[in-house]
Design a protein around this ligand. Sequence first.
Ligand SMILES: [Fe+2]
Ligand SMILES: [Fe+2]
Length: 291
Amino acid sequence: MPQTVSKSLLDVHPRELKGIIKEIPTLPVIYQELFQKMQDANVSVPEIAEIISQDQALTSKILHLVNSAFYGYSKEIRTISRAVVILGFQAVRSAALAISVFDFFNGEDSNQIDMTQFWKHSIACGSICKVLAEEVKINQQEEAFVVGLLHDTGKLIEKRYFSDDFDELVKAAQEQEMTWFDTEKALFQIHHATIGKAIFRAWKFPSSVVDAVQFHHTPDSATKFPQLTALAHLGDYMAYPLGYPSPGALPPTGCNPAALKILGLTLEDCQRLIPKIEEDLDGAMEILKLV
Ligand SMILES: [Fe+2]
Ligand SMILES: [Fe+2]
């Protein structure tokens, strides 16, 4: 697997990003097959179960995830078919989407940032998105936690495939005491949110995930999935004071008021939900066992 791509982030123009992403390996065939099948309205439970059960590790990870607090189902689910029947295709697809990304970046190590802290921030964001999604009763509740979990995946692409630029980015952010996003904007023509969009599009993830990841720092620009995008923005913002900061740079300077407006929430509403979020987080951190 190539660990670098042909260009430095310093030279990548946004128009070139699609071509650069093609140099990055795709997800294993089993995920591609799975995501393709799950887009077919006529797909059956046994068909999905059969694809997943070809891979023992994937099967046990999906079962671990669907039995975690994220799904809040009290009885243990022991088979994939049962998971699909009880929780639905969407939940199993969400679990598979999350696991596929975890697996892709498995074993990632870093001298520059604390990877455990990175994953904790991601899980915390997923958990916050989930609780807020329930509160405002949006349509894509299932995808809310996936979007939260995967919002900063672009940073992992930077780290693995543009490691020199990544080192420079972390150094600059710390020296200049800046946020990650502002440091990227100062140094490069692209940033982790657009990189996240490009990779998820190339991996054929649902367009809701692609869009929410793309606009998680600029929720007022989201047009197709504004609520999911606003959730990702708020989830990221709220994760820092809850004790789950993203490593390597300063916290966001504020919350974009557009995100609150889109969801019909106030900061006081978010504050009121903190005990519920903290309760959810305890169980959610179980997901760390997947990485
Ligand atoms: Fe971000
Ligand atoms: Fe983040």
